[in-house]
Each structure stands twice: as structure tokens, then as C-alpha cells.
Design a protein around this ligand. Structure first.
Ligand code: ADP
Ligand code: ZN
Length: 722
């Protein structure tokens, strides 16, 4: 018997279990084994291992899918790294990375590369079938010409597969894999900056080199990705193109189709039907698909011949998965490019501060596009309106309503944008704009009305609600968090003739809803759009020339230290919606915190100003990217149990903690309740990744020993959620 380590989808230690098989199975082979009397699929991780348990107790592998191509070694290395880095059981990480079809205990259909058939030399010397068998004759005639796909041949003769089989047995047929399809040139000539960016990346072909492509919205980043991808595809290599869920639109796929129509493409995202996804996964793994487009989970696609990785809108939060395997696809994409020795391009109009910092320090190469590619398109005029002392009508200032009215009368289209990113209730001073930060961390304090306390959800520091502003003495401190429900009604009352359309999760639940919305917009049937984050990205509405941002500052009171970064990206995106074409755009941002640096940067439409300010502050507090964090979370039916659990573990681990690691908490999470569970967390922070990794490892060891079925726990490395 040969003993194997098989990776199984179970949350026990690393998820590797020992099974026996009479012969050595190849690494990466799919197998079926019995685990706790259930048939489950596993992946052979290692063979010829020396068992550390009684061999009499080792079960045999029930089925090995030895005819299927095994998962490749570079993929296994990726998963091993992922499991280690994110402190997640390997077997479960493997399962998360596989499409459904490969997790079922039955054989999977192996996609065949499209073949092109024609008569071989021997075939051409044969007498054709008699003409009276006209269908057979027609098929023969077709095979005399250049290669024909099976689909085309079936149209000529439905019996084509059978006849081909017979004739192939005679040696009359030759089958060739497709030639690399010709890629159409772009309809645009790249401008000088685009060209420079593309050429810089091309010089790095065949070596690992990360690029940050920083270019304002509409500056032609997509054209640059396409230009580089065309070169890689023409050389027969694969391209992995990652983008946020919300950007994987029919519009983008149409653009890809127009340019790379002939290239075998796999589209991988969570909405793809599972059968299709499994087939596309395999086509990518077998090198049949050359262009792989997908959302974060596509980063786990096995690719034998990777030549380029692109991460579009690299700052986008959707690259981070916030449950189960909590990974950051952008970071894993970098790892893959390094593994495969190929360049990677991260693109954004508002790069993540992590990436910007790396570009500043020289770890990434910065390429910049400073102008809109469409010569007619202009940057919008942005105005910041302080609303501290204004009387608002359901959130609207008189100025905003006036602008909306004028724009409607002049036939323009407007967008009313609500920033409703979840934020906890906070306290601020309406006079001077003072907000309440924790004296011990960089986090903002959260208002707990009933307890009359301000609390820090980072370190759990508490203080009574102050009576007056410590800065200006104002005694009338206000809680933030106004309702936004009546926006639509207010607009209807103010402009009864205007067509007002609200875009939210409900109104876009169905796939056709977006198409319907586009149709109505194209047909000039919409005057005012009302919407949230969903509307800020990716959509190109030519007639849109006015954007009004209500409650812009909501998230700035939030305890999330990334709130300004997210707000800046959002405001830049949403102002980018105005004036995508010939009509110059206007943006009005209402805020109670006009002094906040984020607004000056948005007004100047200048990411660099913002990034410098923000990074200076992060450096001061050793926050990412200057320090690193891991959150250990626990949830229970009530918060007390969750906090107690983390305290108990901490008591055990504390004496072992390396001195370079600081521990904050435990404290309740900002959003304490989720799905009827209450959540607490503890933060481990360090400027040394190595020390932090070691500390988290110690925590996990202790956590695994404490089995309490009432408590669930998880580890979030580089957390995005506070
Ligand atoms: P981004 O990805 O930076 O938002 P896109 O690549 O989508 O920018 O380009 C914005 C618009 O400009 C698109 O309509 C695109 O077709 C057009 N465009 C891009 N590059 C050029 C160019 N070199 N010349 C003319 N138009 C261009
Ligand atoms: Zn604190």
C-alpha cells in the first residue's frame, strides 16, 4: 500500500488526511474517499508519505479519477501559500478554489479543444462517396477545403461525428487544433501616455514586474490593458483579467468581444452557472482558454501559460472576500505573477493607499495617464457646499434644488447620489465640525445612546458622552445618521414633470433591470437618477452632466480608518460620471465637514494631494500600509459570550506574544449583530509581518484547542472590515 495525504474540505487542523491506494497517485489527482461515513472528494496532496497513525486504521481511496488531468503543481503551490498566509485550513482553501463540478464525487467531462477537420493526404487520394448519397458527398466535399469545425460539419450532415470516426479509422481525416485567431487592431491610436504605459509593460514580458497604472476615469486605461493583452495573446500566452463584480458588465464584455472576438475566452464569476463555470475552469487549466476574465475568485484558476495579469479598479473593496476564506485577490494576483514570472498591471483612478505607497517606494512601477482619452471630454467642475448652518429640505440644500431645476429645464440629466455606506452613529460638533477620536488609537468613537457613552471599537476605550465640544465649547452636540428615504418624494414634489428613477438593490435585482434602465436612459426617458454606490462605477451615461452628492460626510464619522480613502474613491468615481462626453459636467457636494482634506482633494480632482495627506496620517499611527493587522473574531448568540471567549484565549496566549505585536481589544465589532449573531474582535498589529504571522499562528493553535460549539471564530488577515 502507498499512503497519500488527501486535502479534504473539513475544518480540522489543516484538512490533510491519510488514505491508502495500491499504487502511487499523482499529485493534484481528484479522488473520492470516505470521511465519517460520507463520500467526499479530495485532492491528492502528497504520495509516499509515512503515516503517523496506525496503518490498520487507514482507509483506502475509493475512486481515483486518474483519467482526468490533475490539478497542476503551480496551482497547488498557490493554495498552499494562501492557506498559510491566511491561516486557513488547506483542505478548505482548496475546496473554496474549486468550481462545484470538481467537488462532486463523480467524473467530470473534459472539454476538448476545438478541432478543425479536413481530408488527409491519403483521404484526398480516395474516390469520394457516390453523388447519390448526396449528404455524405457534401460532407466529403466540405472536408476537401480548409479545416472545418465539427459544428459546421454537423450542419452539412447530422451524421458527421459518426462518419468522421469511420473515416478517421481509415486514416483519411486529419484534425488540427485551431490556429491562433487574428486579433483586431484597436479602433483608437493610443496617445503618447497610453503608448508609454503599454510599452513599459511590454519590456517586462517574461519577468515579474508589478505596474501601477494610475489614470483618471476615462483616461483610456482599458485601452492600455487591451493593447498589452493583445501582444500576450498573439504570443499564445494566457491573460488573467480581474475586475470588480460591478464592472463585469455586458458593456465590458461587448468591448472584449469586439476586440478579442476570436480568442478563446473564459468568463468566471459567481453568477456563472456552475456547469459552465466548471467547463471554463477546465478550459483555462488545459490552456484552451487564453483570455480569462473574472471577479476575485478567478484568481484561483489554474493557468499553465500565464503571460500577464491585469487587476482593473485595483482599489475596489470587492477583491477582498469577507467570509470563509478571507483573501485579497489583488494580493494573490501579485503572488501569482511573481510565481509565473510575468508582469502584472494594477489600474485605478484612485489607487489603494497600499499600492500607491508601493509605487512611491519603487516596489511597483508607476505609469500615469493624466488626460481624458476622449479629447472632447472635460473634467467636471466640483463645488463643495458647507451645509452646517443651512436649512435643508429632506437633505437638499436650496442650491442643490436650484441646480437640479435648471438642469432639468435645459434638458440635462442629473444624478442624486447618496453615500450610505454603513456607518455607526457618531457624535460631532455642528459648530466647528469636531469629531471624537479615541485617545488611544486612530479610530473614531462610536455613540452608544442608551449607555450615554462614546466607545472605541478598536480598543474598547469608553468615556461618558461629553456635554460640550472640547474645541469650541458648543454645548449642542449632534448625532449623525439622517434618514434618506424621502429623497425621491422630495424630488417629485419639487419637479413634478421630471422623470425620477431610483436605482437600488431592489430595482436592479433582475438581470434585465440594468438593460431596461440603459434603454430608458438612451431613449432620453430619465431626467434624474437617484442612487447609491451602485451607480458610481463603470456606467457611462453620455447625457449626465450634473451630480449632487447629499450627506457626503456620513462615513467620515465612522470608526473605520479607511473611511476617508473609500469616500475619496467614491466621490472621484461619482464626479467622473458627470461630463463623460461633450457636455461639461458639474458636481455639487454637500458636507458638514468642509475642512476635511478629502474635499479639497476632490475639488482639485487630485489623488496625489489626498494620498500624501492620508499616508502621512497612517504613518503616524503605524496603520496599513506602514503596519499590518489581523483581526481575530468570535461570534455568539450574545456579545458577552463572544467577548469572554476572546478574553479567555488572550489570557492563555498573552505570555507568548512577541514584543513587536500590539494587541487591541477585545471589543464589539462596528456592526455588532449579523445574521442573529453578535460579533467581537481583537486586533493584532505590528510593523513586522513576520512577528504578526507568528503571533496569529499562536492564536490559531490555542483557538483550535478550545472547542465550544456556541462560539464560532475566524481569522481575518489584512482585514478590511472594522
Ligand atoms: P478608463 O478605462 O481609463 O476609464 P477607457 O479605456 O474606457 O478609459 O477609455 C475612455 C473612453 O475613451 C472610451 O470611450 C474609449 O473608447 C476612448 N479612448 C480610449 N483611448 C483612446 C484614444 N487613444 N483615442 C481616442 N479615444 C480613446
Ligand atoms: Zn481606541
Amino acid at each position: 500500500m502507498i499512503y497519500h495525504h488527501i486535502a479534504l474540505n473539513v475544518p480540522i487542523s489543516d484538512g490533510l488526511f491519510t488514505y491508502a491506494h495500491p499504487t502511487a497517485l499523482p499529485q493534484g489527482c481528484r479522488v473520492v474517499v470516505s470521511f465519517r461515513n460520507k463520500k467526499v472528494v479530495g485532492i491528492v496532496w502528497a504520495s509516499h508519505i509515512t503515516p503517523d497513525i496506525d496503518t490498520a486504521k487507514i482507509l483506502p481511496v475509493q475512486t481515483a479519477f486518474a483519467d482526468e488531468p490533475p490539478l497542476p503543481a503551480n496551482w497547488m503551490a498557490l493554495l498552499a501559500f494562501t492557506a498559510r498566509y491566511y491561516h486557513y485550513p488547506l483542505g478548505q482553501a482548496v475546496s473554496a478554489a474549486l468550481p462545484l463540478g470538481l467537488k462532486e464525487p463523480k467524473p467530470v467531462a473534459i472539454p476538448q479543444p476545438p478541432l478543425f477537420y479536413s481530408l488527409s493526404q491519403v483521404g484526398r487520394e480516395q474516390t469520394p462517396p457516390p453523388q447519390r448519397f448526396h449528404k455524405q458527398y457534401a460532407l466529403w466535399q466540405a472536408l476537401l477545403s480548409d479545416g472545418q469545425s465539427l459544428a459546421a460539419l454537423k450542419k452539412i450532415n447530422t451524421q458527421a461525428p459518426k462518419l468522421l470516426e469511420t473515416w478517421t479509422a481509415e486514416g483519411w481525416i486529419q484534425a488540427n487544433a485551431a490556429d491562433m485567431p487574428v486579433i483586431k487592431p484597436s479602433e483608437h491610436r493610443l496617445n503618447a501616455e497610453q503608448k508609454a504605459a503599454s510599452e513599459a509593460v511590454q519590456t517586462a514580458f517574461g519577468s515579474f514586474m508589478p505596474f501601477l497604472l494610475y489614470g483618471i476615469t476615462g483616461s483610456g486605461k482599458t485601452e492600455v490593458y487591451f493593447d498589452i493583452a493583445a501582444k500576450v495573446l498573439a504570443a499564445g500566452k494566457q491573460v488573467l483579467f480581474l475586475l470588480p463584480e460591478i464592472n463585469l458588465t455586458p458593456q465590458l464584455l461587448k468591448r472584449v468581444q469586439a476586440r478579442f472576438g476570436g480568442v478563446p475566452t473564459a468568463v468566471l464569476h459567481s453568477q456563472t452557472a456552475s456547469g459552465r463555470r466548471t467547463q471554463d475552469y477546465l478550459r483555462a487549466m488545459l490552456g484552451q482558454a487564453k483570455l480569462i476574465i473574472g471577479t476575485r475568485l478567478a484568481v484561483f484558476t489554474p493557468l499553465p501559460d500565464l503571460g500577464l495579469v491585469v487587476v482593473d479598479e485595483e482599489h475596489d473593496g470587492s477583491f477582498k472576500q469577507d467570509n470563509e476564506l478571507r483573501y485579497q485577490a489583488r494580493d494573490l494576483a501579485i503572488w501569482r505573477a511573481k510565481q509565473e514570472n510575468c508582469p502584472i498591471v494594477l489600474g485605478s483612478a484612485t489607487p489603494s493607499l497600499e499600492s500607491w505607497h508601493k509605487a512611491q517606494s519603487g516596489a511597483y512601477r508607476l505609469q500615469t495617464l493624466t488626460e481624458r482619452a476622449h479629447t472632447a471630454a472635460h473634467l467636471p467642475q466640483v463645488d463643495i457646499l458647507p451645509i452646517g448652518r443651512l436649512k435643508l429640505d429632506n437633505g437638499f440644500s436650496p442650491q442643490a434644488l436650484k441646480l437640479l431645476q435648471n438642469n432639468y429645464q435645459q434638458g440635462g440629466m442629473s444624478l442624486v447620489y447618496l453615500n450610505r455606506r454603513g456607518f455607526a452613529p457618531a457624535l460631532f460638533c455642528g459648530e466647528c465640525g469636531h469629531t471624537f477620536g479615541c485617545p488611544r488609537c486612530s479610530a473614531k468613537m462610536v455613540l452608544h445612546q442608551r449607555a450615554r457613552q462614546l466607545r472605541c471599537h478598536h480598543c474598547d476605550f469608553r468615556q461618558p458622552v461629553p456635554y460640550a465640544c472640547p474645541e469650541c465649547g458648543n454645548q449642542d452636540l449632534t448625532a449623525v445618521g439622517q434618514g434618506t428615504q424621502r429623497i425621491e418624494e422630495t424630488l417629485r414634489a419639487w419637479l413634478p414633470q421630471a422623470a425620477v428613477v431610483r436605482v437600488d438593490r431592489d430595482s436592479t435585482a433582475h438581470q434585465n433591470d440594468w438593460a431596461d434602465l440603459y434603454r430608458r436612459i438612451a431613449a432620453d426617458e430619465v431626467d434624474i437618477l437617484v442612487g447609491t454606490q451602485m451607480l458610481s462605477k463603470g456606467h457611462d451615461f453620455a447625457r449626465l452632466n450634473l451630480v449632487i452628492v447629499l450627506n457626503a460626510d456620513g462615513s467620515l464619522y465612522s470608526a473605520d480608518f479607511r473611511a476617508p480613502e473609500k469616500l475619496f474613491a467614491e466621490l472621484m468615481q461619482v464626479s467622473g460620471r458627470a461630463g463623460r462626453s461633450e457636455t461639461a459636467g458639474r458636481v455639487l457636494i454637500q458636507t458638514r465637514l468642509p475642512e476635511h482634506p478629502v474635499f479639497a482633494a476632490v475639488k482639485a480632482q487630485d489623488y496625489r494631494i489626498f494620498a500624501e495627506n492620508e499616508l502621512a496620517e497612517r504613518r503616524l499611527f503605524a496603520m496599513p500600509p506602514f503596519g499590518f493587522q489581523t483581526a481575530i473574531r468570535a461570534d455568539a448568540a450574545n456579545i458577552g459570550d463572544a467577548l469572554q471567549f476572546l478574553q479567555d484565549i488572550q489570557a492563555v496566549v498573552a505570555p507568548l506574544m512577541p514584543s513587536e505585536v500590539s494587541v487591541f481589544g477585545p471589543a464589539p465589532m462596528l456592526m455588532v449583530r449579523l445574521a442573529e449573531r453578535e460579533r467581537a474582535q481583537i486586533f493584532l498589529e505590528s510593523v513586522s509581518r513576520k512577528a504578526l504571522h507568528h503571533a496569529v499562528g499562536l492564536w490559531v493553535q490555542v483557538l483550535q484547542q478550545y472547542r465550544d460549539h456556541k462560539i464560532r471564530w475566524s481569522v481575518d488577515v489584512d482585514p478590511a472590515e472594522m
